[in-house]
Design a protein around this ligand. Structure first.
Ligand SMILES: CC(C)(COP(=O)(O)OP(=O)(O)OC[C@H]1O[C@@H](n2cnc3c(N)ncnc32)[C@H](O)[C@@H]1OP(=O)(O)O)[C@@H](O)C(=O)NCCC(=O)NCCS
Length: 199
């Protein structure tokens, strides 16, 4: 696990012809994140775990970053945000080894591999900080999320019935995915994450 401490951001990646900068989010991204959230499709807005269209939610997020609880990798496309992946270590005393992964890609950038790149950088960062287990949550109709998570080795670990109420008041089952670090190194190699970690 020590080997992955060499992860290096910022870096520029090419995603289907567009150059994007992958870098850590700071308080300076507040307005760009609100713009990004304001342009999300209706279906995504139904399922925001925290409603990041609201400035207070983004302020809380930034406080989490500044306190070292959350680390967010953003994909910056000439000043606008094309997507992000967050690692949230939380503040629960009995789970110092567990972090949550959350991610979102703008609708016009989906299906181009950006989600995978963001997940790779976020997981690499989590590993470099000694995290042993990573969880992610998705409702059953978040097909893109489920496919992206399974593709990098996450497995469904729990199903919480009627756990999410969407903005229209409809309840949905929530799947908790997890990824343990024991099997992670192999996944890193298999999916080229080791390249993301190389100097
Ligand atoms: C989940 C999300 C971030 C994926 O981002 P993305 O940039 O579209 O993902 P990628 O293009 O890197 O796709 C990664 C893999 O997942 C699969 N995938 C992605 N979207 C899919 C979809 N809608 N249906 C089926 N498979 C899909 C693809 O098979 C792809 O592998 P491939 O390149 O071998 O085909 C994006 O769909 C999103 O923002 N969704 C809404 C929010 C959300 O559900 N967040 C997750 C909460 S943890």
């Amino acid at each position: 696990v020590t080997a992955v401490a060499t992860v290096r951001l910022p870096k520029t990646v090419g995603v289907k012809g567009a150059d994007l900068a992958l870098r850590f989010m700071t308080a300076d991204d507040r307005a760009a994140i609100l713009d990004f959230a304001g342009n999300l499709p209706e279906h995504d807005l139904l399922f925001l775990r925290r409603d990041i269209t609201k400035p207070e939610a983004v302020d809380n997020w930034i406080r989490g970053i500044e306190r070292g609880i959350i680390t967010t990798v953003v994909a910056d496309s000439e000043g606008s945000i094309a997507g992000y992946a967050s690692i949230d270590r939380g503040e629960v005393d009995w789970s110092p080894h567990v972090a949550e992964l959350r991610l979102l890609v703008s609708s016009d950038m989906r299906g181009k591999g950006l989600g995978r790149l963001l997940i790779q950088e976020a997981l690499a960062h989590a590993l470099s900080t000694g995290i042993e287990k990573i969880v992610a949550q998705a409702t059953l109709d978040q097909k893109g999320a489920i496919a992206s998570l399974e593709e990098v080795g996450f497995k469904a670990e729990a199903l919480l019935k009627d756990h999410v109420k969407d903005r229209n008041g409809k309840k949905h089952d929530l799947v908790v995915f997890s990824h343990d670090v024991a099997g992670f190194q192999a996944e890193l190699e298999r999916y080229g994450v080791d390249e993301a970690l190389a100097d």
